[in-house]
Design a protein around this ligand. Structure first.
Ligand SMILES: *Cc1c(COP(=O)(O)O)cnc(C)c1O
Length: 398
């Protein structure tokens, strides 16, 4: 018999009842150190007092009005994002995939408004993930997500990760944009080298293409910069953000330059919920914390410490850990053992990590973790490595 919840997830048999900071307590009272952050969402951890206050205060006033009316908190959040980035304008959504949909539609509309409706194609990269809507599965190109869902949405040309020649060859008269995650998240924490991002910017400028960054996972402080693009100094024309920006409240944003957004005139796009007062109150509260002086320095320092200690783990357990990569508190540990098995071993040590592509487990802890919590996680990962080594020895004996 089918489960009440559509069985599209193989769920782990733990239900969390409450959380505080980076710690989660399950229904059976067991405590876990959460280095998954609900997939890079719980940027300020659980039960952050400033978020609780913003949510409850707004909750008492008004939750929703629709976008038929002005939403002052939304105007304020948009202006703050604009002031802190390349963007001139923002469209709020409820999720990452919707922010990406807006980005894709905007790129097509831009070319069309410029008299080039034929330039609707977008170049994307193997290993990418952009969401689960019909257009974003086509953009991501993962066959597992595409199969059986009817004709693939037209207009996406995927090239191998890091293959410059293939990229150049893929640009044709119908190409309108290039879409990339500055660090692939689901693909296994694969950073795009800065010179590649700069090369993409140059190619786009040369061919009249828009550069779209998918910063749904990398954005809002995750890498120690407000946006990961800043690490290379490259600015996109359009950028999708979600996950961390709501700190657990469903919120996304499509940010753009005035030029890139010029086709998106009244009536061309919409959302009923997107940017409602409740979401905007929480989004502003997240920014209060992330933009406070010293916060991003803390992310960089804690990330650096974590990365150094993970490198030591690699030296100590060469049969388990192949390499460590990533930026800030978006780190990937590529394994020589199965990543799902490793995540289970970490869970047995009451540490949560998240498997990703390329046989990686991702560490995406709340950005507010302390150095002690970072070291505690390494201790538990060390113990998880020992568990894996023990099972390997058992296997060898058998
Ligand atoms: C999670 C993610 C998405 C999709 O976001 P949803 O909120 O699940 O729709 C898109 N792009 C990237 C890079 C992501 O990590």
């Amino acid at each position: 018999m089918i489960s009440p919840l559509l069985p599209t997830y193989a769920r782990i048999d733990i239900a969390f009842e409450k959380g505080e900071g980076a710690w989660l307590t399950a229904a059976d009272g067991q405590r876990y150190l959460d280095f998954g952050g609900g997939i890079a969402v719980a940027s300020l951890g659980y039960a952050h007092p400033h978020l609780i206050e913003a949510l409850t205060e707004q909750g008492k006033k008004i939750w929703h009005t629709s976008n038929l009316f002005r939403i002052p908190e939304g105007e304020r959040l948009a202006q703050r994002l604009i002031d802190a980035s390349f963007a001139d304008t923002v469209f709020f959504t409820n999720s990452g995939a919707e922010a990406m949909e807006c980005a894709i539609k905007m790129a097509r509309k831009y070319q069309s408004a410029n008299g080039h409706p034929e330039k609707y194609r977008i170049i994307t990269f193997e290993g990418a993930f952009h969401g689960r809507t019909l257009a974003t599965i086509a953009a991501g190109g993962n066959q597992k997500y595409i199969d059986g869902f009817g004709p693939k949405v037209e207009g996406f040309d995927q090239v191998p990760f890091g293959d410059h020649e293939a990229l150049k060859a893929a640009i044709g008269p119908e190409t309108g944009a290039i879409l990339i995650e500055p660090i692939q998240g689901e693909g296994g924490i694969r950073p795009v080298p800065s010179q590649c991002l700069r090369g993409l910017r140059e190619l786009c400028d040369e061919h009249g293409l828009l550069l779209i960054f998918d910063e749904v996972q990398t954005g809002v402080g995750r890498t120690g910069k407000l946006f990961a693009g800043e690490l290379s100094g490259v600015t996109p024309d359009i950028m999708a953000v979600a996950k961390g920006i709501g700190g657990g409240f469903p919120l996304g944003a499509c940010m753009a330059t005035e030029e890139a957004a010029k086709g998106m005139t009244t009536g061309t796009h919409g959302t009923t919920y997107g940017g409602n007062p409740l979401a905007m109150a929480v989004g502003n509260a997240v920014l209060d914390v992330v933009l406070a002086p010293g916060f991003l320095d803390h992310v960089r320092q804690t990330g650096l410490l974590l990365k150094q200690r993970l490198a030591e783990l690699q030296d100590k357990h060469p049969k388990i850990v192949e390499l460590v990569r990533g930026e800030g508190l978006m780190l990937g540990v590529k394994l020589r053992v199965n990543n799902g098995d490793f995540a289970a071993a970490a869970r047995a040590e009451h540490l949560l990590v998240i498997p990703a592509g390329d046989n990686v487990v991702r560490l995406l802890p709340p950005l507010v973790i302390t150095e002690d919590e970072a070291l505690e996680a390494v201790k538990r990962l060390d113990a998880a490595c020992a568990r894996m080594e023990a099972t390997m020895q058992d296997g060898a004996k058998a």
